[in-house]
Design a protein around this ligand. Structure first.
Ligand SMILES: [Fe+2]
Length: 487
């Protein structure tokens, strides 16, 4: 049996073998799958919030402080033998629980090394930023410029280099063999701005397209690194003000920026901790410019005020640029983060005439966040999207299950992990030729049991639940964005 799983099976062969062995859907070991229904699943046990504590210091947002290494992890089900690499996820984990906002903790990575159908190790490591090493929180550290940041939002793998990003300041380079920090990374001295947490790799060229926003002029700078990781292009884009620009999109021809009315407000730094707030009077607009520049050719179109952290993907349909986004009616307008719901919305920007046109359409009435796609289709028409379902909660963020959404038919299939469990963002790992052939990976936390599993799902059959659940040796707090680093 062991040798079967040590040989590298293709995804299809693995699924056939798993079904034959009865290990694909009915997991050995006596675990009940969370639900596996496709109709929204079980009734959730309400998530309670203690009003005497900030919500990001309780429930599974509460940080963990000890760094541990654990080998030979317990697995239920079968890990695909074709998976050989590291799943790693970043998140905000203050070294002292005194952060004034969920976004303002030290970056901590939680990683699992997978090979030959086994989970070889789990490690969690703080990112050794200057702020972490000096024991400084954001109040004490001052402006997050250059290496002075917490690097706590995402992980990026490009040109053989694993970087973490806090979206402010420089990224940090990480050694994927043990999650140790190599140091701040500035592209050989060429990067002189922030580095977004959501850069995009053009699958045709391998180029990394990214940007940095800033509190003062220049508010926005666009960058391109080539397939070898050399920063080959940087230019200022004519943004209107200091907005919090969390992400952007590319197509095979365009770069698309969202300039939305969450604005830098330095007076909030001392009082609220997080120096951004909703200001509807600023307006909202989308900018479209040629991929690779020049930024002088950017054109903007006004839209209704809203906020978007994440897009599912963007692509061209003739003269139209289509972007599917998780759209909030407002953000940081006084409510707690999470108290405003996001709906999947399709933006359509007509570029054929002198003036851009804009239309938007809500795609369904489900609440979503953390959209993902098959990154071989970044910037190209894609059929499949994966999202984490959410539940409205007045006091905290309440993540639920994992969904596969067919963007052409609108069909949605959901895996509900159970009444006391919460899924994080999934990362899609390609394994097969066709779009969507591959695996989804994410941490799922069960607050009733107090345990976290790294789950692996068949990306095109999420409703069947995990094919493998890797028990973490400790609770893994909720975080932000994950990445798969192939061996
Ligand atoms: Fe993000």
């Amino acid at each position: 049996m062991r040798s079967t799983f040590n040989s590298r099976l293709s995804r299809r062969a693995f699924l056939r073998a798993s079904a034959f062995a009865g290990a694909g859907l009915t997991l050995p070991g006596g675990w009940l799958l969370g639900c596996g229904s496709d109709d929204g699943g079980t009734e959730a046990i309400p998530l309670e919030v203690d009003p005497s504590l900030p919500w990001w210091q309780q429930n599974n947002f509460e940080p963990v402080f000890e760094e541990i290494t654990e080998t030979d992890l317990q697995v239920r089900g079968s890990i695909p033998s074709s998976l050989d690499g590291l799943y790693v996820r970043n998140g905000s984990n203050p070294q002292a629980a005194d952060n004034l906002h969920w976004f303002l903790g030290d970056g901590m990575l939680h990683g699992v090394r997978i090979r030959d159908g086994r989970a070889l190790w789990y490690r969690n490591r703080y990112i050794r930023t200057r702020m972490y090493e000096n024991g400084l929180n954001t109040q004490a550290a001052g402006a997050p410029i250059g290496p002075n940041n917490q690097s706590n939002v995402s992980a990026v793998y490009h040109a053989g280099r694993l970087l973490t990003s806090g979206e402010v300041g420089f990224p940090h380079e990480i050694d994927p063999s043990d999650l140790s920090t190599v140091g701040p990374y500035d592209f050989g001295g060429r990067l002189n701005t922030f580095f977004t947490a959501h850069p995009k790799i053009d699958p045709a060229t391998g180029y990394l397209h990214f940007f940095g926003y800033f509190f003062a002029q220049p508010f926005l700078t666009y960058h391109v690194a080539d397939e070898r990781g050399e920063l080959i292009h940087s230019e200022v884009v004519s943004a209107k003000g200091p907005t919090m620009m969390h992400s952007f999109a590319i197509t095979d021809r365009d770069v698309v920026f969202y300039e939305l009315p969450v604005l830098f407000e330095p007076s909030l730094f001392a009082s609220a901790g997080f120096p951004y707030a909703w200001d509807e009077s600023f307006g909202a607009r989308i900018g479209v410019m040629p991929l690779g520049g020049p930024a002088s050719e950017i054109r903007w179109v006004e839209i209704d005020p809203c906020y978007v952290f994440h897009e599912l993907n963007a692509f061209r349909e003739g003269d139209d640029v289509v972007i599917d986004v998780c759209r909030y009616d407002r953000m940081m307008a006084g409510e707690r983060l999470g108290a405003v719901d996001a709906y999947l919305t399709r933006w359509r920007i007509g570029t054929g005439a002198a003036e851009l046109t804009f239309a938007e359409q809500r795609l369904d009435d489900t609440l979503w966040e953390f959209p993902a796609h098959d990154r071989r289709y970044t910037g190209r028409p894609n059929r499949y999207g994966w999202l984490t379902t959410t539940r409205s909660h007045p006091d905290t963020i309440d993540l639920a299950g994992i969904a596969l959404r067919d963007q052409r038919s609108g069909e949605v299939r959901i895996w509900d992990p159970g009444p006391s469990s919460h899924s994080g963002e999934v990362f899609f790992v390609a394994d097969g030729e066709a779009e969507g052939e591959g695996w989804l990976m994410t941490y799922v936390h069960d607050r009733a049991l107090g345990v976290t599993d790294l789950v692996i799902l068949d990306a095109l059959a999420v409703e069947r639940g995990p094919i493998a659940e890797i028990r973490m040796p400790r609770r893994v707090p909720f975080g932000f964005h994950g990445m798969w680093v192939p061996a």
